[in-house]
Design a protein around this ligand. Structure first.
Ligand code: NAD
Length: 506
């Protein structure tokens, strides 16, 4: 296995090109600075030093990109699905070939540890392969019989679409949103998160080198309230696929209203992990710890509320605390690191502020609860933390902290567990641990969330629907659900008899 020093040396080589020429926009196949000439810096979460300067696009750049996507749309939409499939597979092949480069740049820009980012690159390739294979059938519809009528439906791509992504796992999320759009026949303008823009540009470059025609996929960097806002307001952009915070989703919905934008939202979560005393507790422990302390806890589906049956609460939370205290916090390129630095000082400050909130609310900090001061570079490191003795009405149980911070709450019985699980604004996912099959079915049926894993951590199955209820989102991704969003369904009704037509005026 490589050492930190070897990884750092390789990562610097991969970063060199971006240091020299910066991260430009990619519009109509051309690498361009922002039309204003402005740039901003993306910084390393390890030591807060600049990694690269980034084009700060504005409404003018979004307009140029939207026009390129509009021009490229008819040919891309008309291309036979088999040909689109071949191009998307070539993109997947190229992602696999450059998996190391992607993983290292993603780790440097986000602070996510290399042990998880290596897999994120390969998952990105899988997303392209999966939707590549769906491309030839994307336009297919249904046949629906009426008494005097035969109906058939077809689908067609909705047009140029906007994709807006967050900073937590930018590469994987970009592939997850963009691969189905391209497979459906849409063209794309992508606005990546300003905190971690590097791999979004690398991904688009890979796609063009793999043969994607110019204008089909455009990338415009910039600030959310500026470039992001302009994308959501642009009249040529037919839909916005957004992943990010719930309150940003509210703004995007309002911004898109005048142009009647179709929206797909994957937003925040405060996901319960419910552990009954009859569960396989060793497996439940592994999964609960993994789902909050992997990916720095900066994960929409993290199990950030641990609901444990009263009779095992003390013992189970003591084991979680012991595991959390053992987790290695360190440089994201160190192969032994589990928790790396959080994305940015402003986010670190938000996460750290919840330690005071927990104290004020009367919860106990069972482990962690401070900045990890001894980690290399002195950046945004936070200790893996567990709050015990918490109640569900506390802010630490209701608000998305988005860091390696877990809030554990005891429950009395099944009814109590269900009430606590559902008593939150969010409804993204839930994890249920019990060996009682009947209970698992009853409980899953009553949970108000979009995704439930029973006796399992989050394992994605690409044809299955992904998305949340309540403040966690609108719409579903995955399999055909993605095509429902990126395509318009058209119905054709054909009379199958000389049925009676009302005669007016005759
Ligand atoms: P964010 O909402 O702050 O930013 C996301 C993106 O929106 C960025 O590209 C940003 O520039 C842009 N943006 C901001 N304001 C905008 C505006 N007014 N108009 C248009 N675009 C705008 O989110 P974040 O802090 O980058 O990411 C963390 C959040 O993402 C968490 O809440 C997390 O739960 C969520 N998330 C959800 C999922 C999911 O699948 N449900 C997955 C990953 C992350």
């Amino acid at each position: 296995m490589s050492t930190l020093d070897e990884n750092l040396a390789k990562a610097q080589t991969y970063l060199d090109g971006y240091r020299e020429s910066g991260v430009e926009n990619l519009i109509d196949g051309q690498s361009l600075p922002a039309s204003s000439g402005d740039t901003f810096e993306t910084i390393s979460p390890v030591d807060l030093k600049p990694l690269a300067s980034v084009a700060q696009g504005t409404a003018a750049d979004i307009d140029r990109a939207a026009k390129a996507a509009t021009k490229a749309f008819p040919a891309w939409a008309a291309m036979p699905g088999k040909e689109r499939k071949a191009i998307l597979h070539r993109i997947a092949d190229a992602i696999v070939e450059r998996a190391e480069e992607i993983a290292f740049l993603e780790s440097l820009d986000t602070g996510q540890s290399i042990r998880f980012m290596a897999k994120a690159a390969l998952r990105g390739a899988e997303n392209f392969r999966f939707f590549a294979d769906q491309a030839p059938g994307a336009r297919d519809g249904k046949t629906l019989h009426g008494p005097n009528q035969m109906n058939f439906t077809t689908r067609k791509p909705i047009g140029p679409v906007g994709v807006i992504t967050p900073w937590n796992t930018p590469f994987m999320l970009s592939t997850w949103k963009i691969a189905p759009a391209l497979a459906a026949g849409c063209t794309v303008v992508h606005k990546p998160a300003e905190f971690s823009p590097i791999t979004a540009r690398l991904l688009a470059d890979i796609a063009h080198e793999a043969g994607l025609p110019p204008g089909v996929w455009n990338v415009v960097n910039g600030l959310g309230e500026d470039a992001g806002r302009a994308l959501t307001e642009h009249p040529d952009i037919k839909a916005i696929s957004f992943v990010g915070e719930s309150r940003t989703g509210q703004m995007i919905m309002a911004q898109g209203a005048p142009t009647l934008k179709r929206v797909h939202f994957e937003l925040g979560g405060k996901n319960p992990c419910i552990v009954f005393a009859d569960a396989d507790l060793e497996r439940a422990l592994d999964a609960a710890v993994f789902m909050i302390y992997s990916l720095n806890g900066e994960r929409c589906t993290s199990s950030s509320r641990l609901l444990v049956e009263e009779s095992i609460y003390d013992d189970f939370t003591a084991k979680v605390a012991a595991r959390a205290g053992n987790i290695k916090v360190g440089h994201p390129l160190d192969p032994d690191t589990v928790v790396g630095p959080l994305i940015h000082p402003t986010h670190e400050e938000k996460v750290l502020s919840y330690f005071d909130v927990a104290r004020e609310e009367g919860a106990t900090i069972a482990t962690g609860g401070a900045k990890a001061d001894d980690a290399p570079g002195g950046g945004c490191y936070v200790q893996p933390t567990l709050f015990t003795g918490a109640r569900n009405d506390m802010r630490i149980a209701q608000e998305e902290i988005f860091g390696p911070v877990l809030t554990a709450i005891p429950f009395k019985d099944e009814a109590d567990a269900l009430a606590l699980a559902n008593d939150v604004d969010y409804g993204l996912s839930a994890y249920l641990w019990t060996s009682d099959v009947t209970r698992s079915l009853r409980f899953a049926d009553a949970l108000d969330v979009g995704m439930i894993w029973v006796n399992s951590e989050n394992i994605r199955h690409l044809p299955s629907p992904f998305g949340g209820t309540k403040a966690s989102g609108i719409g579903r991704d995955g399999g055909d659900y993605s095509f429902d969003f990126y395509m318009e369904t058209k119905n054709v009704a054909i009379a199958t008899s000389d049925h009676k037509i009302p005669k007016l005026g005759g």
